[in-house]
Design a binder for this molecule. Structure first.
Ligand SMILES: [Zn+2]
Length: 174
């Protein structure tokens, strides 16, 4: 297992739709192990493959509190086939530095996906779990939570990032 670098906005791969997972096997299992390690290390409750530069429809999720037993969920080629209700709550992202915002999401969803072996998965999710799944699936479409907030807030965030990048660059030139 190895820790991978988590790419952050505005890295271009974060804005691209990912390709379906077609080959299941040792290589994919290795990738998932790296993704899980990277997510736990961050720490985060979810990580999608594009966030480490791999353009595959693959994500790992674990919403269990740190002091409890881990429950790693691996979703390959996941799709939300039904969604109901709407809830607004605060979200952040390992790829969106120093920022969080209120994002509307379905409260309850039905998900179709494949597990790490390629077996079909069919399940329902609610509340925070449903929110995390929707957030990770957005990554697979090249969408970040900042794409789901008001354009004014998004513009302010983009300005902040530009400023941070400029400061880093100036620091580097000194
Ligand atoms: Zn994210």
């Amino acid at each position: 297992m190895a820790l991978r670098e988590i790419l952050t906005y505005p890295f271009p791969i974060l804005k691209k739709a990912a390709e379906p997972v077609k080959e299941f096997g040792e290589e994919l299992e290795q990738l998932v192990a790296d993704m899980a390690e990277t997510m736990y290390d961050a720490p985060g409750v979810g990580l999608a493959a594009p966030q480490i530069g791999i353009p595959l429809q693959l994500c790992v999720i674990d919403i269990m509190p740190k002091d409890q037993e881990r429950e790693l969920i691996v979703l390959a080629n996941p799709k939300i086939i039904e969604g109901e209700g709407k809830e607004i709550d605060e979200e952040g992202c390992l790829s969106v530095l120093d920022y969080s915002a209120n994002v509307p999401r379905f409260t309850k969803i039905k998900v179709e996906a494949q597990d790490i072996k390629g077996n079909p998965l069919n399940f329902e999710a609610e509340g925070f779990f449903a929110r995390v799944i929707q957030h990770e699936l957005d990554h697979l479409d090249g969408t970040l939570f900042i794409d789901r907030i008001s354009s004014l807030k998004r513009t302010l965030y983009k300005k902040k990032v530009k400023k941070m990048l400029r400061a880093e660059k100036e620091e580097g030139e000194k």
